[in-house]
Design a protein around this ligand. Structure first.
Ligand SMILES: *Cc1c(COP(=O)(O)O)cnc(C)c1O
Length: 241
């Protein structure tokens, strides 16, 4: 429902989402609280993040380093308690790693060794360890970022040698479709890949393995397939005009 009050809309959208997440989790015998709802706030201003945080959300996703830098400078956001966590979910250029490593709590889109090394170098200067996810291009789409599933093992082995990065899991974006069921094979493949990499000792070392998959159109299928983080924008904030 659209009202004149965006805070009320956001609150209602989040309540609805929580019900759908719970239902999807129960269908496959999962606990609803094993799924983290990451609110994708790209192209929305700090007041929308504030409204979502006041409705109880703790995790936010941003796609552009510069845009996030402006938003995260907002004093109202900085004053939030508990402090929200910001995940980077866009394509990261190696020359933006300094700012990205300062702004974000998690980087979900590491997909090449050059980028991992650049991040590690920046983080060394501040003596921090950054939790990261590996972005996997499961369907092998030419225009999309992400490491090929077959190259994931090699990338993770190399990242294991970088002391300031902590690989926590995998992230993917399936090919666009109106039908959420079309995403299922992709989500399943990501889960199987994560299981394989865990068995090989490359994931699951620093805590439970994270699977970041599912967006507004297909998060229920993603939860059924084992998502631990769903990235939802439109279904919380409305369409990005
Ligand atoms: C924009 C975006 C989302 C959210 O998409 P919605 O369809 O608005 O929920 C999720 N993940 C990534 C990587 C995105 O760029």
């Amino acid at each position: 429902m659209k009202t004149a009050d965006p805070t009320a809309d956001i609150r209602e959208n989040i309540n609805l989402l929580r019900q759908k997440i719970s239902a999807a989790a129960s269908r496959v015998g999962r606990q609803p609280d094993s799924v983290r709802l990451l609110a994708v706030s790209k192209k929305f201003g700090p007041e929308m993040i504030l409204a979502a945080a006041q409705a109880g959300l703790l995790y936010f996703g941003e796609n552009f380093v510069q845009e996030a830098a402006v938003k995260l400078g907002d004093s109202r956001l900085r004053a939030l308690d508990p402090a929200p966590q910001f995940h980077f979910i866009g394509h990261l250029q190696s020359n933006k790693t300094k700012l990205a490593s300062e702004l974000f709590d998690v980087i979900q889109t590491v997909d090449r060794l050059k980028l991992a090394r650049a991040l590690d170098t920046q983080l060394r200067k501040s003596d921090r360890i950054m939790p990261i996810l590996i972005q996997v291009n499961v369907a092998g789409e030419r225009q999309k970022s992400g490491v090929a599933p077959a190259d994931c093992e090699q990338l993770l082995s190399a990242i294991r040698e970088l002391p300031h990065l902590s690989a926590r899991g995998l992230m993917t974006m399936p090919p666009y479709s109106d039908d959420p069921e079309e995403s299922r094979p992709c989500f399943r493949q990501l889960r199987l890949l994560a299981e394989d990499l865990t068995q090989k000792g490359l994931l699951g070392i620093n805590g439970p393995v994270e699977l970041s998959m599912g967006m507004s159109g297909d998060f229920e299928v993603a939860v059924e397939e084992g998502a631990t983080i769903i990235r939802v924008g439109t279904a919380i904030f409305g369409s990005r005009s």
